[in-house]
Structure formats: structure tokens, C-alpha cells
Design a protein around this ligand. Structure first.
Ligand code: SAM
Length: 250
């Protein structure tokens, strides 16, 4: 996959490309990242990439010409959608990450200041927000999108099975995980996980996924089509919760 990142702060990504899974994906030729800095296309002596907003108001706006040139240069090397990182964009989620992982590539445009000249939207295909808050620049948002997508590229993670039960797969959160030691600070690993009985472990994990989702993210259960086994497990979970509540007198 080829990814273009348009940023006036390419140094922000120095740690990102040298760390963990993204570093490995680059080393294994599964990922190539092209950086384009709008400042390189500025022609004035101050290398300006921003200017005052028409109509007045506080802050500066990223200029059309330098940003457009950077995007077009990236486009010559990277195919796929041009995506502007924006608090006004479509909320980013796992299904979006999966769709992007199927692309040959994409270009992430990092805004700064008060944002970009609106006319640049004529060359932007999509807008992504990573949450309902305002960052000072698109770089952290681009790093989030890059990480979430790259781990879904076939071959990037050692064990692709690990993706199939992760949070948001089948609209459920992941089950609890434990590692050695089996006893620590008075707390034990659930017996079933030490039993070696694969069927019981799978059933316990599915039940825990349903329980966690019901407790932490009940909204996710609205859009799920439950199998017969899942319906039965969810009924067990509900019964257990009600029993606990009545035991507590709540
Ligand atoms: N004035 C803009 C507004 O109110 O919509 C916010 C500009 S923000 C200070 C600067 C840049 O940070 C934006 O151009 C965008 O690229 C990026 N950004 C800020 N919050 C973001 C978010 N939640 N998701 C994605 N990008 C974000």
C-alpha cells in the first residue's frame, strides 16, 4: 500500500515510521509512505503556507496554491482517495479502516491553523474526523488512521486470526485477556482458560464479548444479528446481571 501524507511537519511522523508494526510494514515492502510538505512549494521569501482569512477573524488559513501543489505531487505517486483530516469529517471507525485497507493507497491531508482554504475541497474526496474535539493539527489524526489501517493490510500482523475476535468485529468488544502468572496479587485467571478445553474456552470468550459489549457499549448491540448460540449466551448474561442486582438489593 502507498500512503501519501501532506504535512508542514513531516518530523511529527519520525517516531511513527520507526516504531513497531508500521516500521515492519515498511521494511517488508507492504507499506510505502510519501511525505509532501506544502512549504516546499512556497515561492515567497518567507516560505508562507498560510494567510489571513477573508472577512477577518482570528487565526490563519492554509493557502490554496501550496497545499494543492503538495497534494498533486503526492497524487502522481499515490493512488486512491484524497482525505482531509478534519473535525468536521465523517467519524472514523473500524469499518472505515477496513474499507481503506482495501484501497491501493490514499492521501492524508493534515491541516493546521484554522484549517484549509475551502476551495481545496474540490480536490478532496473524503473528510475524516477522529473524534468530537479539535486538535491543533491533522498530524495526530493521520497517525491514528494510518495505524488502524496498516494493521489490517494482509501480511502486516503475524497472526491474522487475532483480528477476527477483536473489538468491533461482529459488533462486539473483545473478551478479557490474561497472561502469566496465573495467580497475582490475590487474583486468578478464570479456570476455564487453564482447562485446555477449546470448546469451553470459545464459549466463555463469546459470552464475555457479549457481556462486555452489553455493559460497556450497549449501543453496539443494536446493529448486531445474533446467532442462536449468542442469543442463549446473552440471555444467560442478562439473568446473571439481574441476579447480581437483586442480590445487591438494587
Ligand atoms: N477551525 C477548524 C474548525 O473549527 O473546524 C479547526 C482547525 S484545527 C485547529 C487545525 C487542523 O487540525 C484541521 O485543519 C484538521 O486538519 C485537524 N483536526 C483538528 N481536529 C481534528 C479531528 N477531530 N479529526 C481530524 N483532524 C482534526
Amino acid at each position: 500500500m502507498n500512503v501519501g501524507i501532506i504535512t508542514i511537519f513531516p518530523e511529527y511522523f519520525e517516531g511513527v515510521v520507526k516504531t513497531g508494526m508500521i516500521r515492519k510494514a515498511i521494511e517488508n515492502n507492504l507499506l510505502d509512505i510519501v511525505f509532501e510538505n506544502p512549504r516546499n512549494y512556497a515561492t515567497d521569501r518567507y516560505k508562507s503556507v498560510d494567510d489571513y482569512p477573508y472577512g477577518g477573524g482570528s487565526g490563519m488559513v492554509m493557502k490554496y496554491d501550496t497545499l494543492k501543489q503538495a497534494i498533486e505531487n503526492a497524487r502522481a505517486k499515490v493512488s486512491g482517495p484524497v482525505i482531509y483530516m478534519s473535525p468536521q469529517g465523517t467519524p472514523f471507525h473500524q469499518a472505515y479502516a477496513k474499507d481503506l485497507a482495501k484501497e491501493e493507497g490514499f492521501i492524508l491531508v493534515c491541516g493546521r491553523y484554522e484549517g484549509i482554504d475551502e476551495r481545496l475541497m474540490s480536490i478532496v474526496d473524503e473528510e475524516i474526523s477522529i473524534g468530537d474535539y479539535v486538535l491543533s493539527g491533522g498530524e495526530p489524526a493521520a497517525a491514528v488512521v494510518l495505524d488502524a489501517v496498516v494493521r489490517l493490510i494482509p501480511g502486516v500482523l503475524g497472526d491474522e486470526n487475532s483480528l477476527s475476535e477483536e473489538s468491533f468485529e461482529h459488533n462486539l468488544l473483545e473478551y478479557p485477556q490474561y497472561t502469566r502468572p496465573s495467580h497475582v496479587d490475590g487474583m486468578d485467571v478464570p479456570d476455564v482458560l487453564l482447562s485446555g478445553h477449546h470448546g469451553n474456552i470459545a464459549r466463555w470468550r463469546l459470552k464475555e464479548r457479549l457481556k462486555r459489549t452489553l455493559v460497556k457499549r450497549p449501543d453496539m448491540l443494536k446493529d448486531i444479528h445474533l446467532s442462536q448460540e449468542e442469543k442463549e449466551l446473552l440471555a444467560e448474561v442478562k439473568k446473571e446481571i439481574l441476579e447480581t442486582l437483586s442480590m445487591l438489593g438494587v
